[in-house]
Ligand binder design. Structure first.
Ligand code: IMP
Length: 418
């Protein structure tokens, strides 16, 4: 009997705490698959007191029984990936990289950083890892795929031809043309380290679904950073929503079963761009400190604000979310009032959906009474009454059930509602 894959997707601007839930669900899945993004994503998982920083390797790597797929929709930086791999032993047979994934090479990061500087105050605030340039090359059909590492000489010639075509732009950006011999040596190093893991992952995932294996699809970033459905141009360059799992792995929509959407009980974003419910007062600062809201990948302080029910309805609909995991509820402990953005005001008009442009959207809030002591609670009924009311009100606003509530970073401090 063939199986359907479970999917996990971020519903806000990334950093929703997907790591904890993916780690939890990876314990019961045979395969965990990444379908989009690159090493711009990141989370830290602690197992038996040992910290593991994951950027691109799927979280199933921490479950010795799970196998892990890096899909074709990903942009893969070989140097960073090899560094990430070095945290683990015995990856053979547990890690599979799509031969169709695109290579993110060191020059992509240089282009990314140079472009951000040239943009001045219009900068996106990217992670500077080269994600946009690698995806741009893919879409412009001048990218290079992981499978090309099997012929390094040919790949080096293509890369040098690419540099020659863009010679003038690279000169402005101060990016040197690589030396052919050094480039071949670098590519051969990547090939030697990655070759045992490169395969046709589309065939692999079809086979394991056909065999009825339990497959988990792990999204990266969040819905509001999606290239089409986020706050363009202040977005990442991939399809972060659930539909991205189909193109990013080579499955079809009917292969997807349960969709779990991950959202924080408040809201954060890193980088520039609209964030209607951002709180620039002491409350925002308190959320940042209590929630340790500093990026895993770049260390940047995250912008903090209140739960945005309008953006969440948008995310629930786009992703086909079946259940929500509401993360970091305990970070709201101790606030006398907790706000939820229930609509936007744009040019004097009240709007209850995410429009084309959120730049001038002002939040309209509903105020809830705050609470204390939700930290570490493992049973929904034991939550403070105000916290329960907050969750039930959110469910009503976004028309989706909150099935999981996280009340501390600890694996154990998780409420699974009946
Ligand atoms: P890029 O993905 O590096 O091109 O960055 C584009 C935007 O997405 C920037 O605002 C980044 O801060 C944001 N971004 C990218 N990856 C993540 C992530 O994993 N969490 C949160 N924001 C991210």
């Amino acid at each position: 009997m063939s199986s359907k894959a479970d999917l996990i997707v971020g519903l806000q601007w990334g950093d929703e705490g997907k790591g904890k839930i993916v780690d939890h669900m990876a314990q019961t899945h045979d395969f965990v698959c990444r379908f989009a993004g690159g090493h711009n994503a990141g989370h830290t998982i602690v197992v038996d007191g040992k910290k593991h920083a994951l950027h691109l390797i799927p979280s199933g790597i921490l479950n010795p029984k799970a196998k892990n797929i890096v899909g074709n929709g990903v942009v893969l930086s070989p140097s960073n990936f090899i560094k990430e791999m070095s945290q683990f032993d015995n990856l053979k047979g547990r890690l599979f990289i799509s031969d169709k994934a695109h290579l993110l090479l060191p020059y992509h990061a240089l282009i990314d950083q140079a472009k951000e500087i040239l943009k001045g105050d219009k900068a996106i605030g990217t992670t500077g890892k080269g994600i946009g340039p690698a995806y741009s090359d893919k879409i412009a059909r001048v990218g290079h795929r992981v499978g090309e590492l099997f012929d390094c000489e040919k790949l080096a010639s293509k890369i040098i031809a690419y540099f020659n075509r863009k010679r003038d732009i690279f000169r402005v950006m101060n990016i040197p043309i690589p030396n052919r011999d050094e480039l071949i040596e670098e590519l051969e190093g990547y090939r030697d380290a990655l070759a045992p893991y490169i395969t046709d992952t589309t065939q692999l995932i079809w086979r394991v679904l056909y065999e009825g294996k339990r497959v988990l699809l792990e999204g990266a970033q969040g819905t509001m950073l999606d290239i089409d459905h986020g706050t363009y141009p202040y977005v990442t360059s991939s399809t972060t929503v659930s539909a991205g799992a189909c193109s990013g792995l080579g499955i079809n929509p009917k292969d997807i079963g349960k969709v779990t959407g991950i959202a924080k009980a408040y809201c954060t974003r890193v980088g520039n761009g609209p964030f209607p419910s951002e709180d620039l007062t002491q409350d925002g600062e308190r959320l940042r400190v209590n929630g340790h809201e500093f990026g895993t990948t770049t260390g940047r302080a995250r912008r903090c604000g209140w739960f945005d029910a309008v953006a969440m309805r948008h995310a629930v609909r786009i992703n086909g979310v079946d259940q929500i995991a509401l993360m970091k509820l305990d970070v709201l402990d101790g606030f006398s009032e907790v706000k939820v953005c229930v609509a936007y005001e744009i040019d004097g008009k009240k709007i209850d959906y995410v429009p084309y442009d959120l730049e001038s959207a002002k939040p309209i809030y509903k105020i809830f009474k705050g609470w204390d002591n939700s930290e570490g609670v493992k049973d929904f009924d034991k939550l403070p009454i105000e916290a329960k009311e907050y969750i039930l009100a959110i469910e009503e606003m976004i028309k989706c059930r909150v099935e999981i509530v996280s009340t501390s970073p600890d694996r154990e401090d998780t409420i699974i509602r009946k």
